[in-house]
Design a protein around this ligand. Structure first.
Ligand SMILES: [Fe+2]
Length: 437
């Protein structure tokens, strides 16, 4: 994080604008995922959040557009419903864009006044509140992609230049034996430039020996599960997952299609025969991932096992990234929008962990068997955003780790934890199986 706050804000907004440019203007009022707000909400939400945190929250400034501050304040994570009908009357796009641009100017002007408070306000110290705003926007850049993925092709314009798809070069299926030992989860608050509340404090845990797939499960492997009746066999599913699968009528991953008996695959801007993308990782919900693992006689890795395989070394060391100490770069994996699509599993050999496990970070988040909970000693340290994590300590969310192709590089951080409901199928989330040694 060597760049100034101003430079990083600018870079972050540029990426957000590129993403909104993908949407045909008329489609901004569409709601491609029934569980999420229409796209126009996010156009207003990103600036509203930053304004509410930095200018209103820390600097106590008076609002210039209070009705937008509240209209666009919070997203939704509805429980127990599959659809959310937005009843809001949304303002015209140009008014939302004007609001966004005014907020951006105000944020630049806020850099100095926030810095002046650094010695008596922990949120101002090291520009933390700007990191809250920036990382919030970076996370939304990815979740926007989940929504855009569900938007019909003719409502989207591909980015220019659009990198070529990769179809070949996957690593061969294999397993790796990981020796048990200690793992340090989370981080020390003063040891990293910024982290969210759920990353603190540090927690040391012990894991036993286990065997893990060298690469994540690919579409071709998951097709065998589907063809073997995986979606028709309740014994492979937890009861609650089976009921959900029946209720929503799920018979295959939502990224797949079925036309005249042939399997297809829906990428962001193009569709393919499934055979063409056989080596891309399969993206599924936690429930589907678990059913597959049970079918294969394995299970998902725990959060601690993922860390053991990714960040420790066989001789007892710990490293910040699976590949070592170097800052995340293109050769390490598929993240930071470099491909706008998955890539063949494990084709970035430079990203392998010290144990030789491929692609733990990049090309899709990885579902874990761990329910999202606070580490002992947790406290919600951002008073302007107390519910960032605490609202989700409900036993219904699973930890996902790593990164997807749509995860910005700044979020590639060992202590970063992400979480989603078990039944949310729209993520760029992959998985691999683990067996007890
Ligand atoms: Fe948000």
């Amino acid at each position: 994080m060597a760049d100034s706050i101003g430079d990083r804000l600018r870079a972050c907004w540029l990426r957000s604008d590129e993403i909104f440019d993908v949407v045909e203007p008329d489609a901004l009022f569409e709601q491609p995922i029934a569980l999420r707000q229409p796209l126009i909400f996010y156009l207003g939400h990103l600036p509203a959040f930053a304004w509410n945190q930095v200018c209103r929250g820390v600097l106590k400034m008076a609002s210039f557009r209070p009705e937008f501050d509240s209209l666009f304040e919070r997203g939704i994570d509805p429980m127990g419903v599959d659809e959310y009908e937005s009843s809001t009357e949304w303002p015209p796009v140009d008014e939302v864009v004007q609001y966004r641009d005014r907020v951006r100017e105000e944020l630049f002007d806020a850099i100095e006044p926030v810095a002046e408070r650094a010695d008596h306000d922990p949120l101002a110290e090291r520009g933390r509140i700007f990191e809250v705003a920036i990382e919030h926007e970076l996370m939304h850049q990815e979740t926007l992609q989940y929504i855009l993925q569900q938007l019909p092709f003719d409502h989207k314009r591909r980015p220019v230049p659009m990198p070529p798809y990769l179809f070949d070069g996957a690593t061969s299926p294999a397993t790796v034996a990981i020796g048990g030992g200690p793992v340090v989860l989370g981080a020390d608050f003063n040891a990293i430039p910024f982290g969210w509340d759920n990353e603190f404090p540090e927690l040391e845990v012990e894991v036993g020996d286990f065997v893990i797939d060298r690469a994540p499960v690919r579409n071709s492997e998951f097709e065998e599960f589907v063809e073997d009746g995986g979606y028709q066999r309740p014994e492979l599913w937890r009861d609650v997952d089976w009921l959900w699968r029946q209720r929503v009528g799920l018979y295959h991953p939502v990224f797949w299609s079925r036309d005249n008996g042939d399997w297809g695959y829906l990428a962001m801007f193009d569709s393919f025969a499934l055979d063409r993308v056989a080596d891309w990782p399969v993206y599924v919900s936690h429930a589907e991932a678990e059913a597959f693992c049970r079918w294969r006689g394995g299970r998902l890795a725990t959060e601690a096992e993922f860390h053991r395989a990714a960040y420790t070394t066989p001789d007892g060391g710990v490293r910040p990234y699976p590949w070592g100490d170097q800052r995340p770069a293109q050769r390490h994996g598929n993240f930071d929008f470099r491909h706008w699509a998955p890539t063949p599993v494990g084709c970035f050999a430079d990203g392998d962990s010290a144990w030789g496990v491929a692609e733990l970070v990049g090309n899709g988040w990885e579902w874990t068997a761990t329910v999202f909970e606070p580490y002992p000693g947790f406290s919600p340290y951002v008073p302007t955003y107390p519910g960032y994590s605490a609202d989700f300590f409900d036993g219904l969310h699973q930890v996902i780790l790593g990164a997807s192709w749509a995860t910005p590089t700044q979020l590639v951080r060992r202590s970063f934890r992400n979480w989603f409901q078990r039944h949310y199928p729209f993520l760029f989330a992959k998985f691999r199986c683990v067996h007890d040694a």
